[in-house]
Write a protein that binds this ligand. Structure first.
Ligand SMILES: Nc1nc2c(ncn2[C@@H]2O[C@H](COP(=O)(O)OP(=O)(O)OP(=O)(O)O)[C@@H](O)[C@H]2O)c(=O)[nH]1
Ligand SMILES: [Mg+2]
Ligand SMILES: [Zn+2]
Length: 305
């Protein structure tokens, strides 16, 4: 596909048959980069669906009316399944330490499903004003053992947010994912000047968020750095091919790849098989085993279909 980079844009929002597209690298439209677009009717894309995060070529640019037409779709690097967002470079799993309470099995499911995309995965713990310093350090230590250097945030300490923003600006397109009510939109409102997206108090009765954010939207942090807010949801059963699972756990990756441990069978799932040399004394091994078991039954069910 021949691409004219002058007219290369990024889909930042999608509604019905309309797309909001930011024109990339074009000095002529510096303060005027957002265009409302439809797909050109005669275009027959191989993959017809265009997602937020997709790079597109636009034409028929009408600067006055801020309208244009999508003429081509650039091959995407990756596509996140839920929510559907293309070309993600980094996933930030956001979880609150309280309100809603931290649920380790949920955090693990989010992390593992994020690892599946094969991009950088980070963990952010919000609402640290609701726990003691001791508990915070305990959690940081726990997640370090899981292989993640958790960022801790507290609405009353704006400096933490500055550091996070500086980090996000070094990444082309990050996404915030996590349960409802953990503070994803609050964090975005803190780091993007002028942005005042809706947030809502966590329900006292059910101690859950109220699913305040409804749409997937990409916000610009700089001319080459974007961040996506997503609606919160809880992870149900993960359906991952068991053969991929060992590689998604950093504790296993470290032993197999860095330390070069070898099991008798090349495709060892590191259960209790004879000939397995994995050191299983790490906290998430229980979650790993559960995930293998539930993925296995899913895998076999599919085989019988
Ligand atoms: N105490 C405390 N409350 C916070 C903090 N950060 C966010 N909140 C509160 O948490 C509530 C939910 O925040 P939202 O930003 O709406 O959460 P969300 O993750 O975007 O939720 P959905 O859009 O439903 O997925 C709001 O009332 C926030 O004020 C924090 O650091 N400390
Ligand atoms: Mg939100
Ligand atoms: Zn093994």
């Amino acid at each position: 596909m021949k691409i004219d980079s002058k007219n290369l844009g990024l889909v930042t929002k999608k509604f019905n048959e309309y797309f909001l597209v930011d024109l990339k690298h074009n000095k002529n439209y510096k303060n005027n980069r957002k265009f409302l677009c439809k797909v050109r009717k005669s275009i027959n894309f191989k993959n017809k669906i265009i997602y937020v995060g997709d790079e597109v070529v636009i034409g028929q640019i009408d600067i006055k009316r801020k309208r244009a037409v999508i003429e081509n779709l650039v091959t995407r690097k990756n596509l996140l399944a839920r929510p559907s967002v293309a070309n993600i470079s980094n996933i930030y799993i956001i979880c609150s330490v309280e309100e809603p309470q931290l649920n380790l099995s949920q955090v693990n499911k989010f992390l593992i499903s994020a690892e599946l995309l094969g991009v950088g995965v980070s963990l952010v713990l919000t609402k640290c004003d609701l726990i003691s310093e001791k508990r915070k350090l305990f959690l940081i230590d726990k997640f370090a053992n899981w292989g993640y250097q958790a960022t801790t945030l507290n609405l009353y300490k704006p400096n933490n947010f500055k550091d996070l923003l500086a980090e996000l600006k070094t990444k082309p397109c990050s996404i915030f994912m996590g349960p409802s009510g953990v503070g994803k939109t609050t964090v975005l409102n803190m780091i993007i000047p002028g942005l005042q997206n809706s947030t809502a108090k966590v329900s006292r009765k059910i101690k859950r968020g109220k699913n305040t954010t409804r749409n997937v939207e990409l916000f610009s942090l700089s001319s080459n750095s974007y961040i996506v807010d997503t609606p919160g949801f809880n992870m149900q059963k993960l359906e991952i091919d068991v053969r991929f699972l060992p590689n998604l756990y950093s504790e296993i990756r470290r032993q197999v790849i860095d330390e070069g441990i070898k099991c008798k069978f090349r495709n060892c799932l590191h259960l209790n098989d004879k000939g397995c040399n994995l050191n299983k004394s790490f906290e998430r091994y229980v979650f790993y085993k559960q995930m293998i078991e539930s993925s296995k039954s899913h895998y076999y069910l599919n085989q019988e279909d």
